[in-house]
Design a protein around this ligand. Sequence first.
Ligand code: HEM
Length: 203
Amino acid sequence: MIIGGTGASSMTLEWAMVELMRNPEIMKKVQTEVRSVAKGDTIVEDDIQNMHYMKMVVKETFRLHGPPILVPRVSREPCTVDGFYIPLKTRILVNAWACGTDADSWEDADSFIPERFETSSINYLGSDFQLLPFGGGRRICPGISFGVGIIENALANLLFHFDWELPNGLKPHELDMTEATVLSNLPKHPLEVVPLAMQSLQK
Ligand code: HEM
């Protein structure tokens, strides 16, 4: 629980920052929202509920960079799925990454476009099979609310308190997007960024 919980949350947070550093116009849009919603010098729980675009950024990060494979299942009876016969007691690995990037389910599936959720009711609660970062059914992640809360809170604070730039003159499109997939899907080379304190907060 501890490894799964902390690892998956920090992985998602890192990928969210990678995507925002790679897409400066999305970074600008989400920072503008976070800074216009938050009143005062700190972010409170109610503020986060009004950060609709930031929530879409997190959802889009789950779609592209969620855990790739769910907890293995075993078939309890023979069945046929999409023309494939699956015998009794077959070990089944659900490829959640493939669901999230399937071109039949998602337009421009490989691009990071948080706006796609503006007009879509697809959610990550386990009943939309196109988006399964927390799995589904009996073995669905019991830490969804906790995990989402941690990520939204941490991301909102990173975006509110700091501007970010890439080190050594690196350009956004030069960011290395290679994944190091083991059980999770971490960036192979950890993101390096330079925090710049917001002018208005420098007292
Ligand atoms: C972004 C954060 C997280 C993600 C993406 C995530 C993802 C997942 C996934 C994909 C599964 C397998 C579900 C399935 O096979 O249907 C899972 C299981 C699990 N998760 Fe999470 N998780 C996150 C956060 C957490 C947190 C914060 C906790 C607890 C504090 C937690 C505890 C667990 C446990 C105990 C299981 C095993 C459930 C079982 O096998 O019955 N997770 N998680």
